[in-house]
Design a protein around this ligand. Structure first.
Ligand SMILES: Nc1ncnc2c1ncn2[C@@H]1O[C@H](COP(=O)(O)OP(=O)(O)OP(=O)(O)O)[C@@H](O)[C@H]1O
Ligand SMILES: [Mg+2]
Length: 278
């Protein structure tokens, strides 16, 4: 069953700005999906259609196996699809991080004990227990990002959408995020959809990739399929990460080694190639 689907989705902003044109997108259960494309490709606009923040100019957005988003179910839809936006979601009005994270679950009408439990879980998963008493407004950019993710996570959506989640995170912060996101499908049955300008993040955190350019999906496939199409990657204007670049160049020099995209897979491929030689 498709948890989330768009069919022929087109969006024109006021002033005749065509941001999306005929986008077909599907996300199944427990998937890890990356959306890549240059600035202005339409990634954030697409995300805003996933829970009814924007309405299609034409085409449709369907959830839970074919249900269209309407005024009647939009509240339900927002429980189902949680989005962490590229820019902070609302002004920081709440006095502590803990209360900030509780805001969403309270709005869902959950009882106090459940809210407290979810806030704890979210703080723990993001590794920000130490920030609980802090004033959200005073946090650093990367800390704010983690709090924003925790706030959405505490609403326990089936689909978690992260718009450029690593922007502003330091390298250990990125590594933590990758570990955290990769636990969500198996342990929590969630589907994760994210946008990024880093292909190494795609390799580490996605199974399936959509490539967007000028409001259209110009290609899609598994990570391996997309990385194997240099002409497609060129359209994203992203750098091919060092690992597949190095392995491709070794293959071109007749070294018998399997392609890999992540550090762990590359290590395995190198060790296997080495063992075969001896
Ligand atoms: N509120 C708006 N009003 C008018 N045009 C908009 C609005 N928001 C976005 N656009 C335009 O729509 C197009 C797609 O923008 P969008 O923010 O979806 O791109 P993006 O892929 O998320 O880019 P980035 O990588 O910079 O985040 C751009 O041409 C942008 O200028
Ligand atoms: Mg964007």
């Amino acid at each position: 069953m498709h948890l989330l689907e768009t069919r022929g989705l087109t969006h024109t902003y006021r002033g005749d700005v065509r941001a999306l044109e005929g986008v077909n997108f599907v996300a199944g259960r427990k998937s890890r999906i990356a959306i890549i494309g240059p600035n202005g490709a339409g990634k954030s606009t697409l995300f805003k259609h996933f829970n009814g923040i924007l309405k299609p100019t034409s085409g449709e957005v369907l959830i839970r196996g074919g249900e269209p988003i309407t005024n009647e179910n939009v509240r339900e839809v927002r429980k189902f699809v949680g989005i962490v936006f590229q820019n902070p979601r609302r002004p920081d009005l709440l006095p502590t991080v803990e209360q900030d994270i509780a805001f969403g679950p309270i709005n869902l009408g959950l009882d106090e004990a459940t809210v407290a439990h979810r806030v704890e879980e979210a703080l723990r998963l993001l590794g920000i227990e130490g920030l609980r008493e802090r004033v959200p407004h005073h946090l650093s950019g990367g800390e704010k990002k983690r709090v924003a993710i925790a706030g959405i996570l505490a609403m326990e959506p089936q689909v978690l959408v992260l718009d450029e989640p690593t922007a502003g995170l330091d390298p250990p912060g990125v590594a933590d995020l990758v570990r955290f996101v990769n636990r969500l499908p198996e342990e929590y049955g969630m589907t994760v959809i994210f946008s990024t300008h880093h292909l190494d993040l795609v390799a580490e955190m996605a199974d399936y990739v959509y490539v967007m350019d000028k409001g259209r999906v110009v290609g899609s496939g598994t990570v391996g399929e997309v990385f194997a199409r240099p002409e497609l990657l060129a359209r994203t204007r992203l750098d091919v990460p060092p690992i597949p670049k190095l392995i491709r160049s070794l293959q071109e020099n007749d070294v018998a080694i399997d392609m890999a995209y992540t550090y762990e897979d590359a290590k395995k491929a190198f060790l296997e190639a080495y063992a075969r030689r001896r």
